[in-house]
Write a protein that binds this ligand. Structure first.
Ligand SMILES: [Fe+2]
Length: 202
């Protein structure tokens, strides 16, 4: 078969890839070291209390000054702080990054895949990647603060950031869409006789 006319496939011209000399390849891999950075707790707390309530929670991210565009604390780590007022609960959701939640103030619990994990100050809860979870402040009088580390930046670099929030909504592939970018193509329905022949699912 003529490789230049592959059946019914689109004949769009692919973008030409770059070819580099080896020394340029090595040079292009070099990055400067991140500078030291400090996030003062009183400033973070002030910003947290002043933040808007998005996704039913008040959340801020702590970004390294050298990584402000990607809102990361380090190249492969994000830090978010979230405040829950007495009795508040986040909505059930899931995402492709894992998260380590440190309880900084208050008390409450996190449900992970339907199981309740209680926490109070000093406790740490790990939510695995793509596990449904929800946070609840059980106090009638005290605020609760969770300080969370996530591997979100690494997944964003790999175009592998997915969210479902709230649970039951269609899954979103989190991308910065530009006109003409891939990602909006919808394949035609498979022929009925081909359906169910194979699957990658275990
Ligand atoms: Fe989450």
């Amino acid at each position: 078969m003529d490789q230049k006319t592959p059946g019914k496939l689109d004949q769009a011209e692919p973008q030409a890839g770059s070819i580099l000399a080896y020394k340029d390849f090595i040079e292009s891999a070099k990055r400067p070291l991140l500078k030291p950075a400090v996030w003062k707790f009183d400033r973070s707390l002030e910003a947290l209390h002043a933040s808007d309530r998005d996704f039913k929670r008040r959340i801020i991210a702590l970004a390294h000054p050298d990584l402000a565009e990607e809102s990361s604390a380090a190249q492969d780590l994000a830090i978010v702080m979230q405040l829950m007022k007495p009795g508040e609960r986040s909505q059930l959701h899931r995402h492709s990054p894992w998260a380590l939640h440190f309880a900084l103030a208050g008390q409450g619990y996190t449900t992970i895949e339907g199981v309740r994990y209680d926490w109070s100050v000093g406790d740490i809860v790990f939510t695995p990647a793509w596990a449904y979870h929800e946070h609840v402040n059980t106090s009638d009088t005290e605020d609760a603060i969770l300080y969370s580390l996530q591997n979100m930046p690494m997944l964003a670099h790999l175009n592998s950031l997915f969210r479902e929030e709230p649970a039951g909504e269609p899954m979103k592939h989190v991308l910065r869409h530009r006109p003409g970018d891939p990602g909006s193509y919808t394949p035609p329905p498979r022929e009925a006789e081909e359906q169910g022949k194979s699957s990658w699912r275990a």
